[in-house]
Design a binder for this molecule. Structure first.
Ligand code: FES
Length: 482
C-alpha cells in the first residue's frame, strides 16, 4: 500500500532542505509521483536515516526520547479542539488501514485453503503447492528491515501531522506549517509568506481565502460576514481558522504595491556595535501591531525629533523583531543612535517603501551583490529566501573595504550550514573594483536572478556587466542605496 509524503514533510523527516530534495528529483536520484514521495522510495534513498525500531516506538514517550520527536514535543500543542479533530482524522486513517489489512488477511486465509484443496485433488502437484505455501508464510513472517524502518517512519510522520498541519498556497505554490495555537494567518506570517491581510482579528475580510482541499476549524469568532454561497464555495478567514488536516488554499500573495503604509511605535531592544562606525539597531514592535513588509524594503525611523530612512535588515519571518543598520555620520538620526539612544527607548517607524523585493515566481539560482552596508537589504532578502527555500542555489558577493564585512561570521555560517549557499567576500582597496572583476566568477548569468544593492555608479556598472554576461534584463534587480 503506497504512502505518499509531500517534499516539505520529507524535508522535515530526514533533515534535508527542500531545495536539496528538489535537486535530487531533478537529477533522477529520487522518484516522485505528482510531487510526492512514496515511503518505500524514501527508505531507499535515505538508507542511513534510522528511525530506531525497538518495538515500542508506538508509545509517544519513546518518540519523545528520539531527537526529532523531542523537537516536535517541545513545541506548543495545538488548540485542544483542533488536536482532538486531528487525532480523530488520524484514527480514521488507521482504522481504514487496519480494515484493509484484515481484508488481506482473509484473502490469505482463503488462498491457503484453496492451495490445500488443489493439493488434495492433484497429488502430483502437492509438493510444489506445499513449497508455495511455505514460501508465502515465510514472506509474511519475515518482516524485512524495510518494514521495521517503515513502521518507525510512519510513527514519526503521524506525530508530525498531529503537531503541525501543512498548508499549500495556490497558485503560488508556497508551503508552510501551522503549529501550536497559531491560526493559518499567524503561521503564514511567521513563515514570512506575504499573504494578503488587514486587521488580523476578523473584521476587515482582507484575509479571506478559498479552501481547495482538506479541513479547517474556526478557532476565533469573526465579525466579518461571509455569505452562505461563498462559504459553500470554501471561503473562510485565515485569521480565524486553523487547519485540521493538511490543506490547500487559493490565496493571493502580496506584492510591494499591496502593502499599505503603516505607523508603528517600536522599542529599542538592543543596540549592537558592529564596528566603530556601524550599529545594528534591534527594535521590537508591539504584539498587537507588527510591521507588514517584504524583504528588501525600507522604513522611516524617528526618535527624539530626528528621522531617517533605513532598510530593514531582518527577515519578515522574524515576527516582532526588526533590525536596521545605521552608519555614523553627521545627520541627526545617526547622531541620536550613536550618542544617546538607549534600550527601551521609543522609535517611531513608518513604512514600508521600496520595490527591491524578491521575485517569488522564480526558482532560478540567485546572485546577491552588496556594497558595504548596502548589505542590509541583501541580508533581509537572503534570510527570507532561506526561510521560504525560494532558490536552489544562492551566491553572495559582498564588496567592502578591509574589515568592512561586518557580518562576515554570519555569512560564513550560512555557507557552512547550507550546501546551496556560497559566500564570496571581496575586499576593495580604495577605489571601487571594476564590475567585470566583481563578476569574474560568473561568466554566464543567463540562468540567474541578480539582486544588487549599492551606490549609483556601482549599480549602473554592474548592470551593464551582468547583461553582458547573458543576464536577461527582467532578472536584474538593482537598488541604489545612498
Ligand atoms: S485580517 Fe481582517 S479579517 Fe482577517
Amino acid at each position: 500500500m503506497a504512502h505518499y509524503l509531500p517534499l516539505s514533510r520529507v524535508a522535515r523527516l530526514v533533515g534535508v532542505s527542500r531545495a536539496e530534495l528538489q535537486r535530487m528529483v531533478r537529477n533522477g536520484e529520487m522518484d516522485t509521483y505528482d510531487g510526492q514521495v512514496d515511503m518505500a522510495e524514501l527508505l531507499r534513498v535515505f538508507p542511513a536515516v534510522h528511525w530506531e525500531d525497538d518495538g515500542e516506538y508506538a508509545r509517544v514517550e519513546e518518540i519523545k526520547r528520539k531527537a526529532f520527536g523531542k523537537r516536535i514535543m517541545d513545541r506548543v500543542l495545538p488548540d485542544k479542539e483542533v488536536l482532538a479533530e486531528r487525532l480523530f482524522e488520524l484514527g480514521k486513517e488507521f482504522a481504514g488501514a487496519k480494515s484493509l489489512l484484515l481484508h488481506y488477511d482473509q484473502i490469505f486465509g482463503w488462498l491457503n485453503w484453496k492451495l490445500d484443496e488443489v493439493a488434495e485433488d492433484d497429488r502430483a502437484s502437492a509438493d510444489a503447492l506445499m513449497s508455495i505455501k511455505i514460501w508465502l508464510r515465510q514472506q509474511l513472517d519475515a518482516a524485512p528491515d524495510e518494514a521495521a524502518r517503515g513502521k518507525a517512519l510512519l510513527a514519526e510522520e503521524s506525530v508530525m501531522r498531529v503537531m503541525a498541519a501543512r498548508v499549500l498556497v495556490q497558485p503560488s505554490g508556497h508551503e508552510f506549517f501551522v503549529e501550536g495555537n497559531d491560526t493559518i494567518l499567524e503561521a503564514a506570517l511567521k513563515a514570512g509568506i506575504p499573504l494578503n491581510y488587514g486587521c488580523s482579528n476578523g473584521n476587515c475580510g482582507d484575509c479571506k481565502v478559498r479552501l481547495l482541499s482538506g479541513q479547517v476549524r474556526k478557532v476565533h469568532p469573526h465579525d466579518f460576514p461571509i455569505k452562505e454561497a461563498e462559504k459553500s464555495a470554501g471561503a473562510f478567514l485565515m485569521c480565524s481558522y486553523a487547519p485540521i488536516t493538511d490543506i490547500e488554499i487559493e490565496a493571493g500573495v502580496s506584492g510591494a504595491e499591496d502593502i499599505p503604509r503603516q505607523e508603528v511605535t517600536t522599542k529599542v531592544k538592543w543596540i549592537e556595535r558592529l564596528n566603530d562606525d556601524l550599529i545594528a539597531l534591534h527594535l521590537t514592535t508591539p504584539r498587537s501591531k507588527r510591521l507588514r513588509f517584504l524583504a528588501g524594503q525600507y522604513v522611516t525611523l524617528e526618535a527624539g525629533g530626528a528621522s531617517a530612512d533605513h532598510y530593514v535588515a531582518s527577515c519578515p519571518c522574524d515576527d516582532r523583531q526588526l533590525s536596521l543598520h545605521v552608519r555614523r555620520d553627521n545627520r541627526p538620526f545617526a547622531r541620536k543612535v550613536f550618542d544617546d539612544l538607549r534600550k527601551e527607548d521609543v522609535v517611531n517607524l513608518s513604512g514600508p517603501a521600496g520595490r527591491f523585493v524578491f521575485n517569488m515566481e522564480s526558482r532560478a539560482p540567485v546572485l546577491f551583490i552588496a556594497f558595504e552596508e548596502a548589505f542590509a537589504p541583501i541580508n533581509s532578502l537572503i534570510q527570507h529566501a532561506m526561510s521560504l527555500e525560494l532558490s536552489e542555489a544562492m551566491h553572495l558577493l559582498w564588496v567592502a573595504e578591509a574589515g568592512g564585512h561586518y557580518r562576515d561570521n554570519l555569512c560564513r555560517s550560512w555557507a557552512d550550514a547550507y550546501d546551496n549557499f556560497r559566500y564570496l567576500p571581496l575586499v576593495r582597496q580604495g577605489d571601487m573594483p571594476a564590475s567585470a572583476d566583481i563578476l569574474a566568477e560568473f561568466p554566464d548569468l543567463s540562468g540567474f536572478e541578480v539582486y544588487a544593492a549599492g551606490p549609483e555608479a556601482f549599480i549602473r556598472g554592474l548592470k551593464l556587466a551582468a547583461l553582458a554576461a547573458g543576464l536577461p534584463e527582467s532578472r536584474w534587480h538593482g537598488e541604489i542605496v545612498l
